[in-house]
Write a protein that binds this ligand. Sequence first.
Ligand code: NAP
Ligand code: MG
Length: 496
Amino acid sequence: MKESSNPFTYAPAPESRELVSIESSYDLFIDGKFIAPKSKKRFPSINPATEEVLSKISLGGKEDLDLAVKSARRAYEKVWSKLPGKERGKYLYRIARLMQERAREFAVLETLDNGKPIRETRDTDIPLAIQHFFYHAGWADKLEYAGHGSNPRAHGVVGQIIPWNFPLLMLAWKVAPALATGNTVVLKPAETTSLTALLFAQVCLDAGLPAGVINIVTGDGTTGASLIAHKGIDKFAFTGSTEVGKAINRALAATGRPVTLELGGKGANIVFEDAAIDQAVEGIVQGIFFNQGHVCCAGSRLLLQENIHDHFIEKLERRIEKIRVGDPMDKNTDLGAINSKEQLQKIVELTQSGEVEGAKAWQPDCALPSRGFWFRPTIFTNVTGAHRIAREEIFGPVLSVLTFRTPQEAIEKANNTPYGLAAGVWSEKGSRILWASRELKAGVIWANTYNKFDAASPFGGYKESGWGREGGRHGLLPYLTQSQTPRVRSGKGARK
Ligand code: NAP
Ligand code: MG
């Protein structure tokens, strides 16, 4: 980092890698056991900050998925669907407590496998994942209040596919509501980040979760496609790109099997002239550089009222110069490694298009490690709504800045996107915030803050950002169906 811009230096503060022991290879987790893949194929999982191979992960094929689906069906019919909600809840509480005990281990493993800073895995990913299990444990015996009538039923076997940006947290968003509502699960983690899912499998074993209630079939996109094609699954849940979400939707069309889709975004962060500027600068930095910008709801478009543009950009650049980029295991690091070479190439390609199309790029002059995948925090000014960097999801630490003159123009520009996942409004005026929140077409709208999450708060999108909600009471609904036959209630929360 430039000496002139940052006179403060930090001594290294590395977290200990000794907290985790990583096997040289991992099997699939099916029917309560780790078993070698029938496909006989494995692929490396690397640490994107160093390119070191951490382990070899099993590539689940069709035969492996058959076994996993059969095991989930057996567990559903013989055990899980027969347990009253309060008993299922006890397993979820136990899982949450075991995750809590191993929180540091999960944080280190996630940082090594994903490249995100230890500060974020330790303070955000892992605590939120645990919170999802505690929260949903509380719902397991109260489903009659979820909004599907007095006796809602599980679908049966659920197929779930998750991305690499918040590996354990996305697992928790999927698995916790599925189990609380009485479904059993076949889950496919993302190819580059399977390790915390496999540690979670160990936690399920330690919690005594009945065999087959959760099956984890690691693999690549072909494993995901085979899971979607599997006839033995009753309901699907997918988080990932809009492109793959659309393909999944096409594959499931007219099969009658429900799917929830949590897809991409191009969130607008709107700063009005009356906003508390320093607070807004901090929020914009959080909104785009948290998790290297690998965030579906990232505030990747900054909409500034024209008369504060120059002043705001000056402050923003000064703040970005202080961002510490580097070793994700260092507790001082703000911005870690890009998750994969492919993702880095995508970020480079899109930022190059920004320059070619006439936007102006700015980056701090910070040093980057020589190995691994890195990208400096970047802001583009002179951006118009026609530029690719204003329309496409970059999924990296790159902010596109646009301007507006009137509140109406701000809303029109913010809504001028095929996505609709999240947005932010910065203003001192409560009535303006309420008005803007009503006009913005986004599933989540933050006011004078950004990137705040809670297990009790539903999350999900409009338009090409997908459908269905995760979290809160609304997040339970996709995992439940109305009961066909009304039952005689046999006690609060008991399910037959
Ligand atoms: P992705 O390429 O769509 O992959 C997501 C998952 O789907 C991965 O497990 C992937 O496996 C699998 N997959 C790939 N091709 C498939 C296919 N044809 N059929 C079934 N599954 C398939 O997305 P990503 O790059 O991992 O994640 C980034 C995207 O996720 C971004 O667009 C981001 O906005 C979105 N996201 C959305 C939310 C939300 O809540 N809305 C949250 C987080 C992320 P492999 O990894 O093995 O390829
Ligand atoms: Mg990895």
